[in-house]
Design a protein around this ligand. Sequence first.
Ligand code: CP3
Length: 343
Amino acid sequence: MSKIFVDACFGKETPYTPVWMMRQAGRYLPQYMKVRKEAGDFLNLCHDPKKACEVTLQPIDIVGVDAAILFSDILVIPNEMGMHLEFIQGEGPNFKNPIASQDNLDELIQGEEAANKLTYVYDAIKLVREELAHDKALIGFTGSPWTLATYMIEGKGSKTYNICKKMMYSNPCLLHNILRKVTDTIKIYMEKQIQAGIDVVQIFDSWASAIEPSMYDEFSWSYMVEIAEHLKEKYPHIPIIMFPKGVPAFLDKVYGNFNVFGVDWGTPMSLAKEKLGDKYVLQGNMEPCRLYSKEKTTACVEKIQEIMQGKRHIFNLGHGILPDVPVENAIHFIKECQRVSKK
Ligand code: CP3
């Protein structure tokens, strides 16, 4: 059976424009909070394939999205490469021993050896595959090498990225060595996700905006393209979505063999269409905070539909849904996308 979401990724005609939401498996759902509580903490949930499968499927059943995204986190990769990871309540992720030198980097494992430690992810994918309706797609994902490196170097989320950027400008060789090691691991990790049963790959470059436009290709985009092209060579039937957040100045320079460009909420959809619409399918891009108002949600969905005309488009938010959004507003968004684009 063909999957509307996969067809849309390849730019094929679909009965309506499919929709999903970044971070759709998460805290705005009371059903997620219940499973999360049973798991004890967030990493336990990631490590438990049965529970990860359950929360992956929740947005399909409750909100009515057209694709599930695997429940996991981008930071399980550096964690399994050997970095000690904790999620501190109210503060987010934390690595105890950030990378500050080549010696620190040399201690980490990589490639096949690191990817083999992520069996709980592949097991979750296999379980989802068994339970997911045949017409729904399963999205697997990774963080981009740069976005992962920001956590590996800063040790946690950052407002200024000063430690990473000090490395970028004063020791670029070390930064490239980190990016290389992570890239080589991601390639194998994503191959294993594909072998376990995902239909689509999304690469999240959530902190793209931390890099000045003239340096973005060198330190992030080129590594993302390398991963995409590696996967495309082996698995051409698996669509790839690139989501670089906060780099509208880079639109003119976007290149590479992938299928879908994720448009963040700071980039006008009309501009993205003008620059990239012929070459890539576009995903996005409602400002996630519009979800606080049903009226403002509808207005935005109609506007995006007017621009994209139901062609070479996937509806989504321009970044992740926030934890205090009412579930009924999320359902409203999905229904409106499906309504306005129905052919
Ligand atoms: O629904 C989905 O999208 C699938 C699951 C998913 C999670 N994280 C679960 C999660 C995905 C795709 C991610 C990706 C991720 N993780 C990104 C890229 C996407 C983006 O939003 O930009 C980033 C930067 C991370 C790193 C991360 N994980 C942070 C900064 C945090 C804490 C802040 C926050 O958003 O809560 C997490 C924790 C996290 N990852 C939660 C969830 C549901 C919340 C943890 C909890 O339940 O307490």
